[in-house]
Design a binder for this molecule. Structure first.
Ligand code: RB5
Length: 151
């Protein structure tokens, strides 16, 4: 399993801690697409980079972190094929995998304490998409993307 990770300047140290946590606990390869500098860095850049890596298959899933998790999650969701959930608790993270088949997770370094973030990551990584009745809704999300392309 390969996880892409991205961040802006607010979440540099936080990113390293989450990366190490996933590597140590799960043995997954975590590939860094974020900034390593605390100089101002615009979150859409790394949100898009991780999203592109997910869609191309370079990585299996993506995790992106900014101050709130909102901006970088919005950027990721602009890429066709991405379903990124912005979470501040584990329940939504788990359900977003089981029901929405999310392929990216975002959270905020200024919002979510690092230990809670690890619980969110655990819930999200452990969630398995249930398919079935949920697939028609995922297909409808895809249809929205297709209709937007035709505009
Ligand atoms: C940066 O100041 C901040 O706006 C960014 O990290 C993020 O919270 C945006 O959604």
């Amino acid at each position: 399993m390969k996880i892409g990770i991205g961040n802006d300047h607010v979440a540099v140290d936080y990113k390293w801690e989450i990366k190490k946590y996933i590597e140590d606990k799960y043995g997954y390869e975590v590939i860094n697409y974020g900034t390593d500098s605390k100089e101002r860095f615009n979150y859409p850049v790394s949100g898009e980079a991780v999203a592109n890596a997910v869609v191309s298959g370079e990585v299996d899933k993506g995790i992106v972190i900014c101050g709130t998790g909102v901006g970088i999650g919005l950027a990721a969701n602009k890429v066709n094929g991405i379903r990124c959930v912005t979470c501040s608790e584990p329940y939504s993270a788990l359900l977003s995998r089981q029901h929405n088949n999310t392929n990216m997770l975002s959270f905020g370094a200024r919002v979510v304490g690092i230990e809670l973030a690890k619980m969110i990551v655990d819930a999200w990584l452990s969630g398995v998409y249930e398919g079935g009745r949920h697939q028609v809704r995922i297909d409808m999300l895809h249809d929205i993307e297709e209709r937007q392309k035709m505009k």
